[in-house]
Design a protein. Sequence first.
Length: 214
Amino acid sequence: TCSIYLSRHGQSEYNSHGKIGGDSGLTPMGEAYAQKLAEFADRVITRDPENGEARPVRLWTSSLQRTKLTARHLKHDKVKTGGGKDWIQMAPRVLRNLDEIYAGVCDGMTYEEIRAAYPREYELRRQNKLSYRYPRGESYLDVIARLDPLVQELESYREDVLIVGHQGVLRLIYAYFAGLDRDEAATLSIPLNTVIKLTPRTHDCIEERVLLHD
Ligand code: G3H
């Protein structure tokens, strides 16, 4: 692949209440980010830096409302490719494997609520976040397993890809390409309102970050 652009969804209703999981929509701040992301994609991500011409870029979202809503202003016109084939710019590919880590019985709760209702679970997770599996939910190791085929696909692409995802899954994708340990991955912070551009090379990975704000 050439470059991989990682973006969390814009701020969701659940984010603003400190709740995990769910399938909520965007707050006004989240919607503003969706619009800025579309503007940034149109001006930068989809342009050849040398001649400003449109270049083909793939778009992946999860199956959850907040990533689809964040991606919905991205332009998807036809673009000519080198081989003369028509390319639909940013045609969204919706992938359930990109959905956020599922917290099972804790889905929709705040961390305080989890600590009060399931103190032992809370402590177990604190001790080993990578392998801890939520009751009836997932662990980060489970998520690594479902991301694996996607990472293989990413590595085979010759076009750039924009992934609009979630903090949990983007941590793992980031860690894979940046060459970080899995143990570090589970606690990495992937901030809102930020596009992270990763360009893997043979022995390392170039990283750039753009904060999209007013
Ligand atoms: O809903 C999941 C969060 O984005 C990641 O949370 O750091 O507790 O795994 P976590």
